[in-house]
Design a protein around this ligand. Structure first.
Ligand code: ADP
Length: 682
């Protein structure tokens, strides 16, 4: 039997269904239809889409151009043609270049960069491996010919004569692709297929069948073959199938590693480093903000039967980048809102699953689109808010608050030069001294990241632009020192998150971890005549309410230790209020602070306001460990706190904080509430 056809035997690239017999259905004189048809022929549409496009085209040419149906069908066809079905960029996986580029775009972040480079290294190794093909056929000539062809294209080829030999070869070294004949002595192709499917599910299987055995071909597909081809073999098709299966398998392997998820407070460089990764790999970049996303249809689009239906944001993004393999940044994944309208989380799961995303179906397109080439990177402020199944798919890389010196470096090297340029100023025209930069950071911003600083620098540049113009040509270099900043920028804003100065009764300063990083908050306690009610206000979450109840019960049960009257709660109400009501407070870490506030109020002893607390409490007065220690200590430093009181069990976390952060602050570790009282109350 003739095994394969020569290259020249191949059918032409253009689709005969569109280009020959179907041609008659469109009026030959219609330039619009002719042009559309030509574009369809050259668009490189995959088989399943070509058929859909052809049907749409048929309908279009028969429809009156002024009717709404015409516009709908035309838009749909245009959308199909605008998608990059087989347009990709080639990955640049040169690690030295990637490292240089990451360093050039971002200061510090060494752990983050290291992890990104490891990720690229794995990708690079995957792309370098020679793919292995196993050929099973009992005809020597057929085997040899195919071996020569595939070896010539850089594959590692093993050729065997039957199914049993193929199994032995697979046991020795599993192949990426098995190309097998159906009829062979010993173990035939179908048996081989079953065995391979069972033992090596990742291997792609292409079945070759004679014309007389179409039925067996169908049963082969049902039994799990990935493709089948009739003999004589169309070499171009075989090569296409091999490449398709191979890229699918390689991608699955390289994607089986988790999706990277950058977590941390706003403005710490998550989005911009995502962009830098795309640039380093030579890929297009697209940012998809998921904040407030409710409806599955936003991601997946609306069916065409709806008026004004459109594709979802995923395919719109792909369309915009013009390639099938961009880097898509799924920004703020923790802000997806799940509700009854359809689960956006389910769509995200499907997108991120390498087993499913090669056939992602958008409702508008109504057909599968292969997303497996996309490199997804997610970001989140609070990773705990990401639904668990999604979180399981991701590897978290933490971005944390910048220290003062890091902020100064980043401002001097990146933010200021870039803002000066954006405001039409020459870096040589303005000399922004270190003292000025420090003053802006300390007095005009209070944040973990750099967004506020970027805005303040922009505001300063606008003022400087005016000054430069007012000064005329001969003004020379404009020097700005720390002392000039208030004159130029006006008084610094008032931050509610600044430590109060004078000691106060019933007011304690706590440290919490929010999506903006660490922050300080105030807990107020008051007692009034009443009937044993604990009133809690300030949008407190359940856990926080329980902390307050625990604090009160602890104090009531240990009244002797703290010299309280045993009846202090008898004919009174106690009110605990945590201002900043717009912010919902969750988490257990305010237990210690609440206890201090109540005890101060009961004893009349003022609380030191330069001390801040964080720690969960037990009913018996133990101080239990909490998270976010570095962020909390940094927030305390920013707010002007002098001493932080933390649970003893957090000593490990405290030890890992850089010495620069601990320079201006004292950390006291405690295990019992009695110790806290000594440190807190005057
Ligand atoms: P996020 O996505 O974490 O909210 P962005 O990536 O938007 O933060 O960063 C905010 C700004 O700060 C951007 O202009 C970014 O370039 C800059 N930036 C953040 N971290 C760094 C860094 N380490 N080096 C240089 N610039 C940085």
């Amino acid at each position: 039997m003739k095994w394969f056809r020569k290259k020249s035997d191949n059918t032409s690239q253009s689709d005969p269904e569109i280009s020959s017999d179907r041609k008659e259905s469109s009026p030959p004189s219609d330039p619009f239809a002719d042009e559309l048809r030509k574009r369809m022929e050259s668009a490189g549409l995959p088989d399943h889409i070509r058929i859909v496009a052809r049907d749409e085209y048929e309908r279009l040419v028969k429809t009156d151009k002024s009717s709404p149906e015409f516009a709908l069908a035309h838009n749909y066809l245009e959308f199909i043609l605008s998608l990059p079905w087989n347009v990709t960029t080639k990955d640049d996986l040169d690690l030295t270049r990637a490292k240089d580029l990451l360093d050039a775009r971002h200061y510090g972040l060494s752990i983050v960069k290291e992890r990104i480079l490891e990720f690229l290294a794995v990708k690079s190794l995957h792309s370098r491996q020679h793919a292995k093909i196993l050929l099973a056929d009992d005809e020597v000539i057929a085997r040899e010919n195919l071996s020569i062809i595939f070896e010539g294209e850089g594959f590692d080829v093993t050729a065997v004569a039957n199914g049993l030999e193929a199994i032995t070869a697979m046991e020795k070294d599993p192949a990426d692709i098995l190309v097998t004949d159906l009829k062979m002595d010993g173990m035939d192709g179908l048996q081989l297929l079953q065995e391979v499917r069972r033992r090596w599910p990742d291997t792609g299987v292409i079945m070759l069948t004679g014309y007389a055995t179409v039925k067996s071909a169908v049963s082969a597909m049902l039994k799990g073959a990935d493709q089948y081809l009739g003999k004589p073999v169309n070499l171009t098709k075989l090569r296409d199938y091999v490449m398709e299966l191979l890229s699918r398998n390689q991608r699955i392997q390289s994607l089986r590693g988790p999706v990277l998820c950058f977590t941390g407070p706003p403005g710490t460089g998550k989005t911009s480093i995502g962009k830098a990764i795309a640039e380093a790999m030579g890929r297009k970049f697209f940012r998809l903000s998921l904040a407030g996303l409710r409806d599955e249809a936003e991601l997946r689009g609306h069916r065409r039967t709806y008026v004004g239906a459109m594709a979802g944001r995923i395919l719109q993004g792909i369309q915009k980048t013009g390639v099938r393999n961009p880097v898509i940044m799924l920004d703020e994944m923790d802000k997806v809102i799940g509700d009854s309208q359809g689960d956006a989380t389910a769509v995200l799961l499907e997108m991120l699953d390498p087993e499913q995303n090669s056939s992602f179906v958008d409702n508008y397109l109504g057909q599968p689109f292969d997303l497996s080439g996309v490199l997804f990177i997610a970001t989140a402020n609070i990773v705990e808010r990401i639904p668990a199944p999604l979180r399981d798919r991701m590897e978290e890389i933490e971005f944390s608050s910048y220290t003062l010196s890091e902020k100064q470096e980043i401002a001097t090297r990146f933010l200021i030069p870039s803002q000066l340029r954006q405001h039409g100023l020459n870096p040589g025209e303005v000399d922004l001294q270190a003292g000025a930069v420090k003053k802006i950071i300390l007095d005009y911003t209070r944040e973990a990241g750099l967004r506020g600083l970027e805005k303040q620098v922009a505001a300063l540049c606008r003022k400087l632009a005016r000054k430069v113009l007012d000064g005329g040509e001969s003004s020379g270099v404009l020097k700005v020192e720390g002392a000039d900043i208030q004159n130029i920028m006006g008084s610094p804003p008032h931050f509610t998150t600044t430590a109060k100065s004078a000691p106060k009764v019933g007011l304690a300063t706590g440290l919490v971890w929010t999506e903006n990083g660490g922050e300080i908050l105030f807990v107020e306690a008051a007692q009034m005549r009443g009937n044993k009610q604990l009133i809690l206000t300030g949008s407190l979450g359940d856990v926080l309410q329980e902390s307050a109840q625990t604090a009160l019960s602890f104090l009531r049960s240990s009244f002797e230790t703290f010299n309280l009257s045993p009846e202090f709660f008898e004919s009174s109400d106690i009110h605990v209020h945590i201002p900043a009501g717009a912010v919902t407070k969750e988490g257990p870490s305010a237990g210690v602070t609440i206890t201090v506030a109540i005890l101060s109020m009961l004893t009349g002893r003022p609380v030191r306001q330069d001390v801040a607390f964080s720690g969960e409490i037990s009913l018996l007065g133990d101080v239990l460990p909490v998270g976010g220690i570095r962020e909390k200590v940094m927030a305390a430093t920013r707010a002007g706190i002098k001493t932080v009181v933390l649970p003893e069990k957090c000593d490990q976390a405290v030890r890992s904080i850089e010495s620069e952060v601990l320079e201006n602050i004292e950390v006291r570790l405690v295990s019992r509430l009695e110790e806290v009282v000594e440190l807190a109350l005057l």
